[in-house]
Design a binder for this molecule. Structure first.
Ligand code: FDP
Length: 333
C-alpha cells in the first residue's frame, strides 16, 4: 500500500505550480532533469570506493585546485543531461573557465543553470559528506544561445536554488521562493520523498562553524567576534560549540536544521575570502533566507551583490537571523 502522504519531488513541484498560477509548468520539467542527474551522481558517490573512481585526475580546475575524478564525473553528468533537455540556454560550472553552451543541435530554453557539481571535494577520500549546489535564473537575453550576462545576475533574481547532500542519506533541498523543502532519497523506490516540509532555521543556535585555523590571518573585528562566541555567558547561550566539516554544503545544511552560524570570512591579505558567489554563496543564501535566516558578506546582503565575474569570490556569513545580526554588529564596528 502506498501511503497518501508520500510526496515525490515531481509531485511537490506540480502541487506548488498549481498554487502559483504565474508558474509556466516548464519548471517541473527542469527539476525532474536535475533530479535524474543527481540520482546518477549519488549512485556513483555511493560506490566510489568500489569502482576505483576515487583519487585525482592530475589536472587543476580554474581555481588551481586539484580536480578529483568524481568532480569531473558530476560535472559531466549535469552538463550532459541538463544541456540537452531544451529548458536551458546556457550553463556555468565552478569547474569550468567560461560559460557552457548548449551542445550543437539541441534547443535553447529560457533558464540559466549555475552549479558546483561536487562541493567539499577535499572530503571525498575520507568518506565525509559532500554535495552539489545549484542556482537557476531566467535568461535576460532575447533568444538563441545564452550569454555571460545571463549568468551574471544578482542572487535576488534566482527563480530556484538548492543543494543535494550525499551524507548518511542523500537529501535534496530546494526553494523556488515559496519556502524550503527537503526530500530524502529512498533507494528502494528510486525516488526523493518529502521528509522536511517548509524548513525554518532557528533564529538562535548553539553552534558556530568556521575554519579557525585561519584565525591569525583574519582582521581584528572577525577575531573579536569569534572570541566573543567562545566566552562564557549563560544569558546569551555562550560559549557556542564548534562544528566544522570543511564541506560548505554539509556545514550549511547542519546550520539550516540546527541553527547557528557558518562563516568563511575574508582575511587581511585576501578580503574576498574563498567561496564563490555564483555557485556557492548565492544559492545557499536564497535557501537560508527562504528558511527565515540571513546571509551577508559582512556589509552587503549576498543576494544584492551584482556579480562581475563568473568565478567571483565573496566572504560568507550565513545562518539564523539573530546570529547573523550579531556577527554583523562586530564586523561593522
Ligand atoms: P573544498 O575546497 O573541499 O572543495 O569551496 C570549496 C570548499 O571545499 C567548501 O566546500 C568548504 O567550505 C571550504 O572550501 C573549505 O575550505 P578550507 O579548507 O579553507 O576550510
Amino acid at each position: 500500500m502506498i501511503p497518501t502522504q508520500v510526496i515525490t519531488i515531481s509531485r511537490h513541484i506540480m502541487e506548488q505550480e498549481r498554487k502559483y498560477p504565474e508558474a509556466s509548468g516548464e519548471f517541473s520539467g527542469l527539476l525532474s532533469d536535475i533530479t535524474l542527474a543527481v540520482k546518477l551522481i549519488a549512485r556513483d558517490v555511493r560506490k566510489a570506493g568500489l569502482v576505483n573512481i576515487l583519487g585525482l585526475t592530475g589536472s587543476e580546475n580554474v581555481h588551481g585546485e586539484r580536480v578529483t575524478k568524481l568532480d569531473e564525473y558530476a560535472n559531466r553528468v549535469l552538463y550532459d543531461i541538463l544541456g540537452r533537455t531544451g529548458h536551458l540556454c546556457v550553463l556555468a560550472s565552478e569547474e569550468a573557465h567560461s560559460i557552457l553552451t548548449i551542445p550543437e543541435g539541441y534547443p535553447h530554453g529560457k533558464y540559466v543553470f549555475l552549479f558546483d557539481p561536487l562541493d567539499g571535494s577535499s572530503n571525498i577520500d575520507a568518506n565525509a559528506t559532500i554535495g552539489t549546489i545549484f542556482s537557476v535564473q531566467k535568461r535576460i537575453s532575447a533568444g538563441g544561445p545564452g550569454t555571460l550576462e545571463d549568468c551574471l545576475q544578482q542572487g535576488s533574481r534566482q527563480v530556484c536554488a538548492g543543494y543535494i547532500v550525499y551524507g548518511s542519506s542523500t537529501m535534496f533541498v530546494y526553494t523556488t521562493g515559496h519556502g524550503v523543502h527537503g526530500f530524502t532519497y529512498d533507494p528502494t523506490c528510486g525516488e526523493f520523498l518529502l521528509s522536511h516540509e517548509d524548513i525554518k532555521i532557528p533564529e538562535k543556535g548553539k553552534y558556530y562553524s568556521v575554519n579557525e585555523g585561519n584565525y591569525h590571518s583574519w582582521a581584528d573585528d572577525t577575531k573579536k567576534y569569534i572570541d566573543w562566541l567562545k566566552e562564557t555567558d549563560k544569558a546569551t547561550g555562550r560559549p557556542y560549540g564548534l562544528r566544522y566539516i570543511g564541506s560548505l554544503v554539509a556545514d550549511v545544511h547542519r546550520t539550516l536544521l540546527y541553527g547557528g552560524i557558518f562563516l568563511y570570512p575574508g582575511s587581511v591579505k585576501k578580503p574576498e575570502g574563498k567561496l564563490r558567489l555564483l555557485y556557492e554563496a548565492s544559492p545557499l543564501a536564497m535557501v537560508i533566507e527562504q528558511a527565515g535566516g540571513e546571509a551577508t558578506d559582512g556589509k552587503t546582503r549576498i543576494l544584492d551583490i551584482i556579480p562581475k565575474d563568473l568565478h567571483q569570490r565573496t566572504p560568507l556569513i550565513i545562518g539564523g537571523k539573530d546570529e547573523v545580526g550579531t556577527a554583523q554588529r562586530f564586523l561593522n564596528t
